[in-house]
Design a protein around this ligand. Structure first.
Ligand SMILES: [Ca+2]
Ligand SMILES: [Ca+2]
Length: 156
C-alpha cells in the first residue's frame, strides 16, 4: 500500500506541476504565461519572427504587474553587468505613425506606460521600437528598430 500510495502522490504532484507551469525549458512562468528573455541580439523584425517560430509573440506590456515582473527579472539577470546600453525589445512600435504607439500584431494602443522621463525621444527621427533600457533601470525607451538588441517573447 505504501508503494502504491507513493506512486499515486508522485503522479498527483507531477500533474499539479504540469498545470502550474506549462513553460518549456528556458522559459519563465509568470501569471499563467511563459516568457523568454533572449541571450542573443537581433533587429526588431528578426526578434518578431524569432518569437513566432516558438509559438509566441514579442511581449506586449499591458499592466503594472507585468511591467514590474519584467523589470525585476531584467535587473536580476544583469545585476553584475557593467554594460548600461543593454535594451530588450518589446512588440511596441510607432513605425506606422510617428508618436502613435501600439502593440504588435494586435495594433492595440498603449493603455499603460513606463516611459523614462524624456522618452520617447525619437532620437535622430529614427527611434520607432520600444525596449526596456538598462541605463534607465529598465524603464521604457524608444530605440532604432535596426539596432541589434535583446528581446522578450511571451507565450500564452
Ligand atoms: Ca518614433
Ligand atoms: Ca529614445
Amino acid at each position: 500500500m505504501l508503494v502504491i500510495g507513493s506512486v499515486i502522490s508522485t503522479i498527483l504532484i507531477q500533474g499539479t506541476l504540469a498545470v502550474v507551469n506549462h513553460c518549456g525549458v528556458g522559459w519563465i512562468y509568470h501569471n499563467e504565461a511563459c516568457y523568454f528573455f533572449s541571450n542573443d541580439t537581433d533587429t526588431w523584425v528578426e526578434a518578431f519572427y524569432y518569437c513566432q517560430i516558438y509559438d509566441s509573440q514579442l511581449v506586449s506590456i499591458t499592466d503594472q504587474n507585468e511591467n514590474n515582473f519584467l523589470k525585476t527579472e531584467l535587473r536580476h539577470r544583469h545585476a553584475a553587468d557593467s554594460d548600461w546600453n543593454i535594451c530588450y525589445f518589446t512588440s511596441g512600435t510607432d513605425a506606422p505613425a510617428e508618436g502613435h504607439w501600439e502593440w504588435t500584431p494586435s495594433r492595440d494602443p498603449f493603455t499603460f506606460t513606463d516611459w523614462r522621463p524624456g522618452e520617447p525621444s525619437n532620437g535622430g527621427g529614427l527611434e520607432n521600437c520600444l525596449c526596456l533600457y538598462k541605463a534607465h533601470d529598465f524603464q521604457w525607451n524608444d530605440r532604432n528598430c535596426h539596432n541589434q538588441d535583446h528581446f522578450i517573447c511571451k507565450a500564452p
